[in-house]
Design a protein around this ligand. Structure first.
Ligand SMILES: [Fe+2]
Ligand SMILES: [Fe+2]
Length: 262
């Protein structure tokens, strides 16, 4: 099974460049083109939040128009820049999205069970998993021992990037108490941090997928003002084969001159 993860797309109106220079919609379109050109087509796309920069219906419509060029099923989670109601409106045909409350979901029709957790706290940059979501997660993990991927926008662990840790999933420890009870969770994957990060957390692999929009510079241990850096837009492939551990590959997007025989 091949899962492509894309995150932190931050779609904006066409003329609204980030810092006057970065076109988030163009870099997303380039990412989609790179996925389309892969030799092996992903089975599903996992979109882990900050889809729209301002949560506007028009931004989700642009996202939808671009992603559907791939003709691959996709699963959506909200990030801190998203609005649940606008997502429900534009993706009303996405039957896995609940009509009310947190946008938590479980998708069972793949070799890997996929669980999405809503960590959005309205109008706040940080995330939290509500008591309702934690109870829901515990119940879902208790009902089967099928191997499971958990996706959540805000990382539930500290990366050491102090300014980002301050706005991560603030009650990640409560989530860890639940996840660590179940050995069948094989990866927890996030976005939000606009960098590729991996660790072991709650007895499982924990991963952060880099953004398709600008990355955030690696600054460890000290608070900084908000900054971005022109590292390439990127996405990840999670590859799971029978009886093999899941592996995660990170793919930068851009024109690097093509393949060179050596
Ligand atoms: Fe983001
Ligand atoms: Fe975010």
């Amino acid at each position: 099974m091949l899962i492509a993860q894309i995150t932190d797309i931050h779609i904006r109106a066409k003329s609204d460049l980030v810092a006057g220079r970065f076109d988030n919609t163009a870099s997303f379109a380039e990412t989609v083109k790179t996925i389309a050109e892969m030799a092996q087509k992903p089975d599903i796309l996992l979109v882990t939040g900050d889809i729209a920069d301002s949560g506007k219906v028009s931004e989700y419509e642009v996202f939808r128009q671009i992603i559907e060029q791939l003709a691959i099923p996709y699963l959506l989670l909200p990030g801190n820049h998203d609005k649940r109601d606008a997502m429900r409106q534009v993706f009303a045909d996405h039957g896995y999205l609940p009509q009310h409350g947190p946008l938590n979901w479980v998708v069972d029709n793949y070799p890997l069970r996929l669980i999405g957790l809503d960590s959005l706290v309205d109008d706040k940059p940080y995330g939290m998993v509500s008591g309702e979501t934690l109870n829901w997660l515990d119940a879902r993990l208790a009902e089967t021992d099928r191997q499971t991927l958990i996706a959540i926008h805000h990382p539930p662990f500290s990366s050491g990037m102090k300014s980002m840790d301050a706005i991560s999933c603030l009650n990640g420890d409560e989530m860890a108490e639940i996840v660590s009870k179940y050995q069948h969770v094989i990866i927890t994957t996030s976005g939000h941090q606009h960098r590729s990060v991996q660790t072991i957390w709650a007895g499982t692999m924990a991963n952060i997928c880099p953004a398709t929009s600008p990355q955030i510079p690696l600054i460890l241990g000290v608070e900084t003002t908000p900054q971005i850096i022109k590292e390439p837009p990127s996405f990840q492939i999670h590859y799971k084969r029978d009886n093999q551990p899941l592996v995660t590959h990170t793919i930068p997007v851009g024109d690097f001159g093509g393949l060179v025989d050596v």
